[in-house]
Design a protein around this ligand. Structure first.
Ligand code: R5P
Length: 284
């Protein structure tokens, strides 16, 4: 039985259809003091697949409640799918006295599950924090689906070296074009400095790919360079559309033709579903 968190209802339904599994009815509520409440009143199955992107602290708590509820209802196996794992980028103590937040939340999630799947975590090594079998699912190849079929001599560009694999995966799935990457220095939470490569983009269509668009600073700075160099059409393709604050506006103002993302975070720009990739991983 597929058990949706409130943040991942459409994806959970698609996953249930892919697997031919039943989609559980779930109650989401909130107490007068603000505490969240989630229940699965009619749960009846040996295996529960709880699907919940932990985009907020409340979503984290709700996931823990759903895991606990299905165990209470008799599930013998609990599989937890984190389409988007919140706090995953805080994967080390960056200064003395700082927490490893990704490890802290992973430990909490692990107590209620037998297995974890998470889509394109910022670093695959984050899976080691769970202490139960946990695996990354690569869904980047699906980002090629909404791209126009007539891209002109395309460049698949990563805004930093860490996203090169995603650029290469999208290029390979598209079937033509070159890959390249810029260098990024993060100055603050929402400020970055981009040092471009010498890639020639004049008149060429460019697809800028990354695992996450959060504030949109990384992308809009990169797109600014492309504009200066007279690139053709510029598209943004990202796995996780966090899109904090005015990120989408920043991208459109920078001249981006369209933003495409998966449904790990359900947004208006979620043009492709990771459900098939998750179904393969669950059954694989
Ligand atoms: C970090 O290196 C990630 O791959 C993304 O580049 C980053 O999270 C994007 O953040 P923002 O949109 O805030 O620049």
């Amino acid at each position: 039985m597929i058990v949706p968190g409130s943040t991942s209802q459409a994806l959970a339904a698609d996953l249930a259809a892919e697997l031919g599994a039943e989609l559980a009815a779930v109650e989401y509520d909130r107490f007068p003091d603000g505490e969240v409440f989630a229940a699965v009143p009619e749960f009846a199955a040996d295996r529960a697949v709880v699907v919940a992107s932990t985009t907020t602290s409340d979503a984290h708590v709700e996931l823990l409640q759903l895991q606990d509820a299905v165990r209470e209802a008799g599930a013998e196996e609990v599989v937890t799918v984190l389409p988007y794992m919140g706090y995953a980028r805080q994967d080390e103590a960056f200064e003395a006295g700082h927490p490893v937040s990704a490890r802290a939340v992973a430990r909490a999630v692990a107590t209620g599950t037998d297995r974890v799947l998470t889509v394109n975590p910022h670093e695959a090594a984050v899976c080691e924090f769970f202490g139960v079998p946990a695996e990354p699912v690569d869904a980047a190849g699906r980002l090629t689906e909404p791209l126009p079929p007539d891209l002109a001599d395309p460049v698949f560009l990563a805004p930093d070296e860490g996203a090169v694999d995603i650029a290469a995966t999208v290029r390979d799935a598209y079937g033509e074009g070159t890959t390249d990457y810029f260098e990024k220095t993060r100055l603050s939470g929402d400020e970055v400095e981009i040092t471009p490569s010498d890639v020639d983009v004049a008149g060429r269509d460019v697809v800028v790919t990354d695992d996450i668009v959060a504030t949109g600073s990384t992308m809009s700075e990169s797109v600014g360079v492309l504009d200066d160099r007279a690139a053709g059409r510029v598209y943004v393709a990202t796995v996780h559309a966090v899109l904090a604050r005015d990120a989408l506006t920043k991208l459109r103002r920078a001249g981006v033709e369209a933003v495409y993302a998966t449904d790990t975070i359900e947004r208006q720009v979620s043009a492709v579903s990771v459900a098939p990739a998750l179904a393969d991983a669950i059954e694989g």
